[in-house]
Design a protein around this ligand. Structure first.
Ligand code: AMP
Length: 396
């Protein structure tokens, strides 16, 4: 079975082609992408031509499904066929995710036109949070706001789900790994009587960052709320902000609402704090050369990560494993060390040498006696989308 995963940005189109064989074997056959895309229809044609030239598929008949990592939909989540209902749901929340929802709605429509016989599947980034207790999803807003959709949703679901499954495997908990694999088909299946609980905190730290607490493989809460510009400071997006800031700067700095939105989504986060750039490598290099604002940006990022880890540590009543994933989490030992500093009394201690040596690969970085084990698990969101796409198609 060949499953294509399409990653649609406002001006980009990236793809990966996976082949699923027997007994769960999966191979990445091809990956590629285009920047400065103005016509998704053309990009789809180019992608198919590339896959044909590579000898992977002869025609769309060799594609058994296409998966999309959609962000959030109004009144819709989970892993579902990407049909008119999905497009309407994306459209219904385009104001909340303006950079993500319109390209996906348009891209899915183009795929429907170009590949009429191929099943299309949407895996919402919010899907992993369907079982979060209601109290952790509510904002203290008037009921009408809540009914309009103002609540905490959570994002990076594919990434945190991968961490939930893989960390369970690394901790020898095949029962929980299997529970996570089945989650979108069967919901949280009961564990065997007497099974030990498993408490994991997953830190997806990258251009976009979030931290999720998970009990027995199921999310209990996450740092991102209504939109992907909440929680930790993002690369150029604001992260958590007191809502009073918006009317305040509109009145005192004379900014329009559109300009405030632009600055919160394009000129804030690590970029706004540091004044240097939105890539952590640049911020870190400037900090090392003595740039105080760049150092402050790193400190704010670390402080925020610790804030959320602390919240889930308390809510979970302890932590069996802390996991770092995504560009920053996988590649930046200094930041991992700063986030884990002085937690010995809470039972978490890094092995400094293992931590410094590990970049871009899976491994354990906690000290031998550490009660909380600490892992780096490289992000694998596309594989999650491909697997769920296959499962969704096969379930019919
Ligand atoms: P992502 O969104 O997961 O692709 O992560 C992007 C972020 O990861 C950027 O802020 C990069 O600075 C950071 N990053 C990626 N590769 C490295 C690396 N080799 N060393 C340090 N940071 C990295």
């Amino acid at each position: 079975m060949n499953i294509l995963v399409a990653n649609l940005g406002s001006t980009s189109f990236k793809f990966r082609l996976f082949r699923f064989g027997g007994a769960g074997a999966v191979t990445l056959l091809a990956k590629g992408g285009y920047e400065r895309v103005t016509d998704y229809g053309q990009a789809i044609d180019d992608c198919l031509a590339e896959l044909r030239a590579g000898g992977h598929v002869q025609s769309s008949a060799d594609l058994h499904g296409v998966g999309f990592k959609t962000v959030l939909g109004r009144n819709l989540t989970g892993c579902v066929r990407a049909d008119a209902r999905v497009i309407a749901a994306l459209d219904g929340f385009k104001e909340i995710a303006p950079a993500h929802n319109p390209p996906y709605a348009l891209g899915i429509q183009r795929f429907q036109e170009k590949l009429p016989g191929v099943p299309l599947v949407a895996l919402f980034e919010t899907a992993f949070y369907q079982w979060v207790p209601e109290a952790a999803t509510r904002y203290a807003v008037p009921q009408a706001w809540h009914e309009a959709g103002v609540r905490r949703y959570g994002f990076h679901g594919a990434s945190h789900k991968f961490v939930a499954e893989r960390s369970a495997e690394l901790l020898g908990r095949a029962d929980i790994a299997e529970r996570v694999r089945q989650l979108y088909q069967n919901g949280p299946v009961p564990l065997a009587a007497g099974a030990r609980p498993l408490r994991v905190i997953s830190c997806h730290l990258g251009g976009s960052s979030s931290i999720t607490g998970m009990r027995d493989g199921i999310a209990i809460g996450t740092s991102m709320g209504l939109s992907p510009q909440s929680g930790l400071p993002q690369n150029n997006r604001v992260g958590d902000l007191d809502s009073a800031a918006v009317p305040f700067v509109m009145k005192t700095l004379g900014l329009s609402l559109a300009e405030v939105e632009r600055q919160m989504t394009k000129e804030s986060g690590l970029l706004g704090l540091s004044g240097v750039g939105n890539d952590l490598r640049d911020v870190r290099a400037a900090a090392q050369q003595g740039n105080a604002r760049a150092q402050l940006a790193l400190d704010v990022f670390v402080q925020s990560a610790r804030h959320w880890i602390g919240a889930f540590l308390l809510e979970l009543g302890g932590c069996d494993a802390l996991v770092f994933t995504a560009g920053i989490g996988e590649n930046n030992p200094d930041l991992r060390a700063a986030i884990c500093a002085n937690l010995g009394d809470l039972g978490l201690q890094l092995d400094a040498a293992k931590n410094s040596a590990l970049r871009g690969a899976e491994g354990e970085i906690s000290a031998a006696g550490s009660r909380t084990r600490v892992f780096v698990i490289p992000a694998n969101e596309e594989l999650v989308v491909a697997r769920e796409t296959l499962r969704c198609i096969s379930a019919r």
